[in-house]
Each structure stands twice: as C-alpha cells, then as structure tokens.
Ligand binder design. Sequence first.
Ligand code: HSE
Length: 312
Amino acid sequence: MMSKSIRVYSPATVSNVTCGFDVLGFAIEKPGDTILAEQSARPGVRIKEIVGSDSIPLNPLENVASVAAQALVNHVDSKIGIDLTIYKNIKAGSGIGSSASSAVAATFATNQLLGAPIKNTFDLIPFAMQGEQIASGAFHADNVAPALLGGFIIVRSNDPLDVVQLGAPPELYTVVIHPDVQIKTSESRKLLPAQVPLKSLVTQTGNLAGLVAGLLQHDYDLIGRSMIDIIVEPARAATIPGFKELKQTALDAGALGAGISGSGPSVFALCKGEASAQKVLEEMKRSYQNFNIPFDTYISPINKKGTIEIID
Ligand code: HSE
C-alpha cells in the first residue's frame, strides 16, 4: 500500500464573543494546532504522539482528535487505519478553542485521507463536534465551525445543524490574554443560570442582533456598543482572576469591546486596526503584571481561511 499522509493546521477561536453564548464565534490567525495524519495498514484511528502537551490523553477513546476522526471513519464505514500526531500549540483549558482546533484538524485530515467522501466542508462540522463534546460536555459548534471555516460564524441551530458565515470587517483585530489558570468548560457551564428573566433576554438579543449587524455592515461603533453580555459573563467573571480589571483596561485603552473568550480563562478584546490592538495589548499586559499569574498573549486579525492543509 502506498503510504499517504497529510498535515493540517486549524486555528484557535474565540466563542460567545460576549452576548452570543453558544451561537457566535470567530477564528484567529495564531495560535493553532497542527495534525499529521498518516495512513496505516492497521484499521482504526490511533494517537501516535502528542507534541507540546503531556496532559492530553493518548487513549483514542478519550482524545478529541481521534474521537472526531473515528466518527467520520465510522460514518463512511471504512476500514482505514490512521495514526495521528498532534502538535499542540493551544493550551488545553485556555478558552480559545483548544479541543475544537484538534478535533477539526483531525476531521479535515481524515476526510482527505479517505479520498474526500464529504464534499462540502460544512458537512465536516458534526464529526468535529463529536470530538469536541467529550472535552466540553456539551454539543455546541461555536468553536468548531469558525475553526473549520474561518471568519465569524453564527450557529443558528445545533440540531439540526445550521451555521451561517459572516466573514469579518477588514480592520477588525483581536487581542487575547490567556492567564495560566485552567477552567474546564464542563465546570464553567455548571455556573450558568438555568433560566433568565424575559427582560434580560430582550437586552441580550438586542445586543446580539446589533453585534451581527455591526459585523455585516462593518460598523465598528455598533460592534462596540453591542458587546455587552448581561447573562453569562456575570456568572463566570469571578472564575478569572483579574477579569474586571483586564476588561476595563482594554476599554480604557480604546478597545471596541472586551469579554471572556469561550468559558475562559482567556480574555479577549476587539479593536479597530492594528495600532489600536497593539495599544490595547500593551495596556492589558501592564495591568495583568500586577496579578502575579503567568500569562500568554496573542494579537491577530480575524482569520478568514479556517482550517488549511499545510503543503511542505
Ligand atoms: N460556548 C461555550 C461556552 C464555549 O461558553 O461554554 C466553550 O468553549
């Protein structure tokens, strides 16, 4: 058998984007996970190696990448064998779509090794979601879909799946601060209210509608005015040391808006233009140094390509 292999890059993502809990997300340029998928004679999907993390399971039944890949293999009823090497650049539990990135990269690579039985990239989302689900404990596509497709994505419905690509305003940049504390999405979801008052729903949907309109119309002021989350952020803010200060610092430095990335602990800001994003980043870094918690930072335009094959 001729040995086939493919290398795929899938980017980090910011989900929720304040008022869009579970329904809105976007992709950033870097960081992202890379997966090398190699065809093998032994049927089934295995994890050969994980480079860059020693906390992620090698057991194929517990690893988001192999679970996603195997879901696709099962769907097409193939006896293919695949060995995955995961180059982990997004820290697990960072809130910027670490598990989604690996699950998406593995799904995309597996489809290619199978000879692309899934013709429409959109249709890979449910397989990647099956991988993501074992990490987050919930079936949601707001990280997986932007990691796969790039740009901003609305998840209109998880079941049946209906996602809408919004693209991205050209001058939009994001800044991300990732404090080195772990927050499990499954735990963080337990903090959320089971019910919300109608008045809160009206405020939240107004903001989400405004944010989506701002993104489509490239209206940066409207984007900023709309980035307010009165339901999820208040329930999660206390889990992130220094969240309030970071958010206020970003806004004072000229960010359009700021909030929790996914379920945290990463905090993100959206900015108009690279110069503004640089300023916001510097101020957020300065502010966070007071907290004596190690942190990583990222600055990036919105990634419009999503997941790509890396050709050596
Ligand atoms: N929308 C999900 C949440 C994203 O906030 O729980 C988690 O990555």
